[in-house]
Design a protein around this ligand. Sequence first.
Ligand code: PHE
Length: 515
Amino acid sequence: MANTHNGPQGDLPIEILQALSQNSPILSSEAFPSYKSTEVKGALDRLGSRSMVTYDTIEREEPLLEPEAVGIAANGSHEARVFEALHKAMDGLTVSELEAAVGDKNVVKVGQGKAFKSKWIAKGKEGRLVASTDSIQDTTREQLEIIQKTSTHPDPKVITDLKKRKLIKMQKLISFKIQKGPKFALEIAKEETDLTADMIASGAWKSASFKPYNFNALGADQNAGALHPLNKVRQEFRQIFFEMGFEEMPTNKFVETGFWNFDALFVPQQHPARDLQDTFYISDPKIGDKPHAEDENDKADYDSYLKNVQEVHQNGKYGSIGYRYPWGEEEALRLVLRTHTTSVSTAMLHKLASQKGPDGRPPPARYFSIDRVFRNETLDMTHLAEFHQVEGVIADYGLSLGGLMEFMEIFFKKMGLEGLRFKPAYNPYTEPSMEIFSYHKGLNKLVEIGNSGMFRPEMLEALGLPKDMRVFGWGLSLERPTMIKYKVNNIRELLGHKVDLSFIERNPAVRLEKT
Ligand code: PHE
């Protein structure tokens, strides 16, 4: 079995055909003993797909001598070697003389005991060992020689016994019983894989032999794309918003003017959040356009809106005394990477203000968005300079803070978070403002899950919304629930150049425990 062949492998199919032309069936182990069974199978499959041969696979087990047994077959068993050495010596040998004569201490150690048991040797004078018979039969060696020659032994008990003594092991052998197939021939005709225009024109198709389709072949791995975990969690959030009647806002603008990101939200121009440390300002171009309509359907009045914002900051309006500082338009037009998606919510509310419902007033609305925002933060395990904000706003008549709290209970319950706690907080654009906490069972403590509040009249009335229309909103990050769900501790493993692509390919679908 272990011998190798030197013939070119490409000839094997032809060799098989030639062998079959003389004799069918043939046994591969007899006809081609030097080929590996995988090589034979390859050749047979090639011939089989053309129906030139058929074959059956035969599996059998054969005993194989372990290295120690190969030694015994060549030199005799340990006990026989001990006996031979003593038999040759006239007056027997001491143990150390015996060791020297045999040339292997271990053989002497093992062989001595067995030779005593078989009464081949005995103790002589002065502690010397002597042979106690003239001839012995070395059965073990004979058995191993038979197995070595014939790959089997007529007595199955011998096989079992030698296996137990770890002198042989069983080896699986695969061979093939090969027969001529219906299209047997001595030559392998070239098979066409395509019917070409040339073949039709020349008529060559009539005599051509076509390769049959192999419907069992596995397709090549297509390496299809995989959704990022953030996208999967985002999809779950979108579903929750949709089932609660929300409309998705267009968030395809990463760069905004400070006007939409700050001023419209009643954030004063000297507010610390506008500082370079918190906000990324664009250096080229530095300045953006004044607020304006972006499509024909937008009938909102942008000029008076700009004026309203200036007045409410500078002098106060709508019953508010304002901030009383000189408001500057250039500051409002500086371009920033948006720090929240509330800029988008504000633009949407401005459009809402110009819409008329059945009663001639702006209709109630529910908007949401999930998209990227940017903050100039110190980077660490849980913070990058960008993240995805999940934001919702609800505009309706007669909304109350209690309504906001109840709505939060319902919304977060849909992702398995219950028993919320609210903590007073501050946003320039909401009053009251509340941080939302939920009890985290794993961490055994309350964790912050979002920020929320009732938008201020300074913001809403400047937009042109009716006095009695209330709007509340809330925001949270998409990264936090994703990291918890996918057990990612370092945000750099989720986003950025250190992300392991196989993590993206292997990660399972997400399931928020909706209750
Ligand atoms: N803009 C807030 C934030 O970035 C979220 C928020 C949205 C708060 C709407 C109140 C109302 O955290």
